[in-house]
Design a protein around this ligand. Structure first.
Ligand code: GDP
Ligand code: MG
Length: 444
């Protein structure tokens, strides 16, 4: 993942005051690859990296977190902004118009228009108590109108009776007529798609749009389309005009970069996400979630945010200095356990301490959770200060006393001591590696 790659770049940065232009350029090379791998279109990638460069160069390195993580956060924030920002206001459908409000669904064949029409109908009927009419304008595939009729039944909403031989335009007008007569709140017009963009399809959809004047024209795009999504979005926006985007199949393993590209190309907001074949698999769009997914490291971002809030900067720096000198003691460990308790996540928190990032997996394997965390604090609390600084002096009889004093078993005391020893060894080894690296740098 990007995190690992960036780690290499930023390992060299540790301990410096500010991010230099060269450092940031190195990192941005990795960011660029990560974004392209997530299917973000090249011009959009260039935009984002330019923005990140501007912001990151010269920024103070926060000592309590790893610089690589800090840059990930800057990239993440730029992505969130490019996706429309977190406080853009209501992101769902805009139904603020005289009833019946027409919604036009457009997109390529197989993108999920018909399914999404059913999902929207179900949501509007259920949550918003709207009277919804579903109408299929797809006269190209014989089964298409029946498919929508079935979905309408499942969503328990009305569907326009099927009449053979009508054009899409005639069907749309019939739908609006019926909706006005029968006082429907919303009419969802599901159109036909083609496998690729073609003029006839665009003309047909544009004609319907001109006649019906939909309040929302939703472009439905499959998240798995990747780089092609940008061409699709551009074509539909130029020829038809779209007011919002629905990205489907986010339940698959697509990284979601298409959302970023489509938003950039059309300027239209991503309004909803399709996350499965079932009718209730429709989600609100949250820019920060998609940004995390594009980067493949949403966790780091929230950890950095929480770290900035919770960690005492000065303490972290003192600790880092002691670790570098190989003076990490059980007292430090206990202090960290307390911090971790505040943060909630042990492995995540350890990952943020300078130099301890690589222990994370080891700690996770040790299966630590908060009860163990409390117990370990209690065990350390039952030791004398001398024992905490030099745990190797603890003999079997003292172990039994410490166990009794903290309500733990002797095995648990042993486990803690062993774990601490492993941590200290690891830190020593890492320090040695760091020094060798520095020497190499100095000789070059
Ligand atoms: P249309 O040609 O644009 O109308 O596409 P359909 O609505 O007929 O969907 C094509 C296929 O994609 C169907 O098998 C749907 O069940 C499936 N589909 C639609 N949306 C999603 C989604 O969000 N996730 C998944 N996994 N499948 C979806
Ligand atoms: Mg369809």
């Amino acid at each position: 993942a990007l995190g690992n790659r960036l780690q290499g770049v930023f390992d060299r940065l540790r301990g410096r005051g500010a991010l230099s232009e060269d450092d940031v350029n190195d990192a941005l090379r990795e960011v660029r690859i990560a974004l392209l791998e997530a299917d973000v279109a090249l011009p959009v990638v260039k935009d984002i990296t330019a923005k990140v460069r501007e912001r990151a160069v010269g920024q103070e390195v926060i000592r309590s977190i790893q610089p690589g993580q800090q840059v990930v956060k800057i990239v993440h924030d730029a992505l969130v902004e490019a996706l429309g920002g977190n406080d853009e206001g209501p992101r769902g459908l805009d139904l603020n118009a005289p009833a019946p409000v027409p919604i036009l669904m457009v997109g390529l064949q197989g993108s999920g228009k018909t399914t999404t029409s059913g999902k929207i109908a179900l949501r509007l009927r259920g949550k918003e108590r709207k009277k919804v009419l579903l109408a299929s304008l797809d006269v190209h595939r014989p089964a298409a109108q029946l498919q929508l009729e079935q979905l309408a039944k499942r969503a328990e909403v009305a569907s326009l009776p099927i009449v053979a031989g009508q054009t899409p335009l005639q069907i749309a007008e019939r739908a609006m007529d019926q909706a006005r007569r029968e006082l429907f709140d919303v009419v969802v017009l599901d159109t036909a798609g083609r496998l690729a963009i073609d003029e006839a399809l665009m003309a047909e959809v544009a004609a319907v749009k001109a006649a019906v004047k939909p309040h929302e024209t939703l472009l439905v795009v499959d998240a798995m389309t990747g780089q092609d999504a940008v061409n699709t979005a551009r074509a539909f926006n130029e020829k038809v005009g779209v007011s919002g985007i629905v990205m489907t199949r986010v339940d698959g393993d697509a990284r979601g970069g298409a959302a970023l590209s489509m938003r950039a190309v059309t300027g239209a907001p991503i309004k909803l996400l399709g996350a499965g074949e079932k009718l209730d698999a429709l989600e609100e769009f949250h820019p920060d979630r998609i940004a995390g997914r594009i980067l493949g490291m949403g966790d780091i971002v929230s950890l950095v945010e929480r770290a900035a809030e919770t960690i005492d900067q000065a303490e972290a720096e003192k600790l880092a200095a002691r670790m570098q000198k190989g003076q990490f003691s059980l007292e430090d460990y206990a202090a960290q356990l307390k911090q971790i308790g505040k943060m909630g996540s042990l492995s995540g928190m350890l990952g943020m301490l300078p130099g301890v990032g690589k222990l994370k997996a080891q700690i996770e394997n040790a299966n630590l959770d908060t009860t163990i965390l409390k117990k370990q604090s209690a065990i350390i609390g039952s030791m004398t200060p001398k024992e905490r600084r030099a745990p190797e002096i603890i003999k079997a009889s003292r172990k039994r006393r410490i166990a009794a004093g903290s309500g733990a078993s002797v095995q648990e005391v042993n486990r803690l001591l062993k774990q601490f020893e492993d941590m200290r060894d690891m830190m020593k080894r890492m320090n040695k590696m760091g020094q060798k690296g520095m020497m190499r740098g100095g000789l070059a």
